[in-house]
Design a protein around this ligand. Structure first.
Ligand SMILES: [Cu+2]
Length: 433
């Protein structure tokens, strides 16, 4: 079934309960990220928080940091209602974030519990050629049930990624990616109070199926931050006036993602190639994260609130949906519906007033699929999905419950105006154009 069929199927049968799932559900995983505390890192650098994710535990032995990555099949929940038969590391999709300090020497055991060979490539890390993880070129592939050992020194600080370099198309499409953060020994620039790692990714999951399709080249219907689609994404809680860093990696198969933040402007301070000199930084509100790249942004929010953070490709802030359909915005659905209902009882056209009502529609969906849009908001359903999350800027992030909604000062929310108000301001409510 393709996405077009999903729309047809959804449109053809009406009446049951999906809308409850669509509009009524609370934002899941609202657990607050751990408060940023100075970690055991030089210069009091804070630990990186991976929303919806984890950090790889590392043991220390004889001045060596030792980690273990297990490549394996993982049952993963993208958002409530959508399960995927994915591949990942250590029981997670995506794999845990590796967090070390410049100069650390690390040993990684990589165990393969997949049905095919794999390797790990340490994307952006400068290391001896034989540790680079390219099957055939720099090493023997890690066969199923084998473990290989990688050992190298993290010579350069920055933000990097890891992923397989065997059957990249399948293994990355099924979720085998992760982030690497190398803290500098001597931090430069102003101290950062919050530090987040987010990987953008895209998946093709046919309605009713569980296995993402690795062969897809353009019709991606599940777009994620850290493998979660809204409303499954965990918000980023930060303090007003705090310096915040977000490390954005992109290991999508085909697409770049212009990530846009509301309520502030930021500077792009680094890539997976290194730091951007202060003199070359420009203020932005959207950063394009090309596939295979990292962009690190920093900002100091000055306005409290619940601020949207999302990919600005509008198809990427929708969940499973069909785009391969005719334009029916403005069509007279009553006529269409009456005619089609003679053949298909209960038929209901969707999209003739735009797609903003999708979250509220009482329309069933196939098993294992999520509504195209819709998370619960404080005012109404939020009609976005996919690569969307919320930056929660709080006056006192440590003591306030950041998992709740922002409470707006009285009179500070855009709301209905009546004709008398307009006339009092010299605005003609019945103006003709
Ligand atoms: Cu996007």
């Amino acid at each position: 079934m393709d996405r077009r069929d999903f729309v047809k199927l959804g449109a053809a049968i009406s009446g049951t309960l999906v809308a409850a799932r669509a509009a009524g559900q609370a934002l899941p995983s609202q657990a607050r990220p751990l408060p940023a505390k100075p970690g055991p890192f030089p210069g009091g650098q804070v630990r990186v928080v991976t929303p919806n994710g984890a950090t790889l535990p590392m043991k220390e032995k004889d001045g060596l940091k030792i980690g273990h990555l297990v490549a394996m099949p993982v049952d993963h929940t993208f958002a409530p209602g959508l399960e995927g038969a994915c591949w990942g590391y250590n029981g997670r999709v995506h794999g845990p974030t590796i967090e070390v300090v410049e100069g650390d020497r690390a040993r990684f055991y990589v165990t393969n519990r997949l049905p095919e060979p794999t390797t790990v490539h340490w994307h952006g890390i400068i290391l001896p050629n034989g540790m680079d993880g390219v099957a055939g070129l720099t090493q023997r592939p890690i066969m199923p049930r084998e473990t290989h050992m990688y050992e190298f020194t993290f010579d350069k600080p920055g933000t990097f990624m890891y992923h397989p370099h065997f059957d990249e198309m399948t293994q990355m499409a099924l979720g085998m990616v992760g982030m690497i953060v190398v803290h500098p020994k001597k931090p430069k620039g102003p101290r950062v109070d919050r530090d987040f790692a987010l990987i953008t990714h895209e998946w093709a999951i046919r309605a009713g199926m569980r296995r993402p399709d690795p062969n897809e080249m353009k019709d991606f219907n599940v777009l994620t931050f850290n493998a979660k689609a809204f409303p499954g994404t965990e918000p980023l809680v930060v303090g007003k006036g705090e310096r915040v860093r977000i490390r954005l990696g992109n290991l999508s198969a085909m697409d770049h993602h212009p990530i846009h933040l509301h309520g502030l402007s930021f500077e792009v301070v680094g890539t997976d190639g290194g730091d951007i000199p202060v003199s070359a930084r420009v203020p932005e509100t959207t950063v394009l994260v090309p596939t295979g790249s990292v962009r690190v942004i920093e900002f100091v929010p000055t306005e409290s609130g619940d601020w949207a953070m999302h990919c600005h490709m509008t198809h990427h802030i929708m969940n499973q949906m069909g785009h391969g359909m005719g334009v029916i915005v403005g069509a007279n659905a009553a006529k269409i519906d009456a005619r089609v209902q003679q053949l298909v009882p209960g038929y209901m056209t969707m999209g003739h007033t735009g797609m903003g009502d999708m979250a509220e529609m009482k329309m069933p969906a196939p098993k294992n699929s999520i509504p195209m849009v819709g998370g619960k908001g404080p005012f109404s359903s939020i009609d976005m999905g996919g690569m969307f999350t919320i930056l929660k800027v709080r006056d006192n992030p440590e003591s306030e419950d950041g998992s709740g909604w922002y409470s707006h000062p009285k009179g500070s929310v855009a709301d209905k105006a009546d004709a008398a108000m307009m006339q009092a301001d010299g605005v003609d409510p019945d103006v003709k154009f």
